[in-house]
Write a protein that binds this ligand. Structure first.
Ligand code: AVI
Length: 322
């Protein structure tokens, strides 16, 4: 795999993001993108195999069953770019189906170099597939991948696993609009969306009995200790998964078990937390199937096809840039 990297972003950007979200008025927050350092990414891989977290298996089942059909609906020749490829395991089916028709360039886009390396290992040996990895934020990587196409070539963008659900709804629309602005009419976006299901089932998926999701959430504080010289006592925080019915989302919080004060040296910040005060670390929005068609229409796409898993309500949606 060829790798395109950018100079490392400075620790000060991380510190500034943390400072801004912890000091904003009202509910304190921590940006969810920082959940995924090396430890966090490994814990997320473990979440994906938990019996209570059916999302990843549903995503993979749909790709395994319908890749042939999805590929048959695409204009060709087509290059494939994936925002947040992770280890690339689920993408194999799409690339194998495509390679029955054409030689394919695949551009995984990830900020984590270890995920890109795993992806190259997983997918590096598929016949007629060449991989160029972009170690960049999603939109920067996508713009770079889009520049590589020759006249007449289309682009298929993969945004799987319901990562769109981690954006607030308005921010999700804005993100899709920005993706659309990089594409040309007729280009495709395969968008994975986790669907509404009973709330007890959703809460268990984000608060598993083994405690893997709790460790994933608490690792964010451990990361602040490691990288920003903070002194969070991890034993003084509890993982919490909450259902927000108005916004139709699961929220992950870290609840302070006592009144405490924390210092984050690199962010030049001292925090005073009340007992029971929470830090909001992530949202996972859940969708109704029809909503995806409306999202597509609002953001410059048309949703032409949708496949829904029978076991765990989850949809793969094939959108085309209008
Ligand atoms: C990456 N993302 C789609 C996951 C989700 O379900 O929202 C992240 C996650 N957080 C806790 N469990 C999984």
């Amino acid at each position: 795999m060829l790798l395109q990297t950018l100079p490392a972003r400075h620790v000060s950007e991380f510190a500034a993001d943390v400072r801004a979200s912890l000091t904003k008025a009202g509910q304190r927050e921590l940006p969810s993108k920082y959940l995924y350092d090396e430890v966090g990414s490994a814990l997320f891989e473990s979440i994906c195999v938990l019996p209570e977290y059916g999302l990843t298996r549903a995503d993979a089942r749909l790709l395994e069953s319908f890749s042939g059909e999805i590929v048959s609906l695409l204009p060709r020749p087509v290059l494939v770019a994936e925002m947040g490829s992770g280890t690339g395991k689920k993408t194999r089916w799409i690339l194998e189906s495509l390679s029955q028709h054409q030689r394919t360039f695949y551009f995984p886009i990830e900020i984590s170099p270890s995920a890109l390396a795993a992806c190259a290992k997983e997918l590096g040996h598929i016949d007629l597939v060449s991989i160029v990895g972009y170690e960049r934020p999603y939109l920067e990587g996508l713009a770079a991948a889009a520049e590589r196409r020759a006249p007449g070539e289309h682009l298929l963008v993969l945004f799987l696993g319901s990562t769109i659900g981690n954006f607030d709804r308005d921010a999700g629309d804005e993100f899709l609009r920005r993706v659309r602005a990089i594409l040309s009419p007729g280009d495709a976006l395969l968008l994975g969306t986790d669907l509404m299901k009973p709330v007890e089932k959703l809460l268990l998926a984000y608060h598993d009995p083994v405690g893997v999701t709790a460790a994933f959430n608490l690792n964010l504080l451990a990361r602040l200790n490691r990288e920003l010289g903070a002194d969070f006592d991890l034993g003084a925080f509890r993982h919490e998964a909450r259902w927000n019915a108005m916004e139709r989302r699961v929220e992950m919080h870290l609840r302070s078990a006592q009144r405490q004060s924390v210092r984050i040296r690199a962010a030049d910040l001292r925090l005073s937390l009340a007992a029971d005060e929470t830090l909001w670390t992530e949202s996972a929005h859940k969708y109704f199937p029809g909503e995806v068609f409306e999202m597509a229409a609002r953001t410059g796409f048309r949703c032409d096809a949708q496949w829904i898993d029978d076991e765990w309500p989850f949809a793969q949606n094939l959108l085309f840039a209008e």
